[in-house]
Design a protein around this ligand. Structure first.
Ligand code: ADP
Ligand code: MG
Length: 226
């Protein structure tokens, strides 16, 4: 069943044409990646989805006009607030939804072990490694229990070894949860490892030049912690 459907999405900033007609879909339980070069317009696409900016074209979710509240969004930058402890960063998305902090803490606490963050609940973001910070940001995103995850280059700023370990870790926890997700990346290996399907973007102005179904079974990997 198709959940998200985009038809001929277009966006320009003044004379700069960024998205030149993007059509794609994501089905329930599917992990789909958008693979494209830096500057192509990937983050702009997510801004359209979340309603942060407006463009042209059709965006539907479960057949109805899209409402940005469907998504739990992990932004490319500044995902964690440096002045909040890790536990209070993890609860942020739930608090925005109106949940009391105490209740939100009870919801997020059991996930700390699975995300390799047990014992770091009271730590500050600056005290964690880059990989741990990204796991904390991902934890905050998934606990929101929205219909779909939007992940904008979650591992893009990490060194190569940490990134590879994080990709294997995400692939492992993905198997047990089967969240519906749309991931933006410029890393071919990451897209192949994690995705059911991949849309390949051209350079700006972005259009989809290929759609690739990743053959199953996916590459087998050992789980690893960075
Ligand atoms: P990507 O995420 O694929 O690296 P972006 O979507 O961030 O690319 O940016 C695509 C292009 O759009 C870039 O040239 C960027 O400078 C431009 N751009 C993005 N947001 C704005 C904006 N608010 N105003 C003007 N130009 C923008
Ligand atoms: Mg980007």
């Amino acid at each position: 069943m198709k959940r998200l459907e985009l038809r001929d999405l277009r966006k320009s900033f003044g004379a700069l044409e960024v998205l030149a007609g993007i059509s794609l879909h994501v089905a329930a339980g599917e992990f789909v990646s958008i693979l494209g070069p830096s500057g192509a317009g990937k983050s702009t696409l997510f801004q359209l989805l979340t309603g942060a900016i407006r463009g042209e074209g059709e965006m539907r979710f479960d057949g109805a006009p899209l409402d940005g509240a469907r998504f739990a969004f992990m932004p490319q930058r500044d995902a964690l607030m440096p002045w909040r402890r890790i536990i209070d960063n993890a609860t942020l998305g739930l608090e925005v939804q109106g949940m009391k902090r105490s209740e939100a803490r009870e919801r997020v606490a059991p996930l700390f072990a699975e995300f390799g963050l047990a014992g770091f609940e009271r730590a500050w973001p600056a005290e964690l490694s880059g990989g741990m910070r990204q796991r904390a940001a991902l934890l905050r995103t998934v606990v929101q229990q929205r219909d779909m995850l939007l992940l904008d280059e979650p591992f893009g700023a990490l060194d190569a070894l940490t990134r590879a370990a994080m990709q294997r870790w995400l692939e492992t926890i993905w198997r047990s949860h089967r969240w519906t997700a749309l991931l933006i990346t410029h890393d071919v290996r990451e897209a192949v490892l994690l995705s059911d399907r991949i849309y390949v973007l051209s350079e700006r102005p972005a259009r989809i030049v290929r759609e690739v179904a990743v053959p199953l079974p996916r590459p087998r990997t050992e789980s690893a912690e960075p």
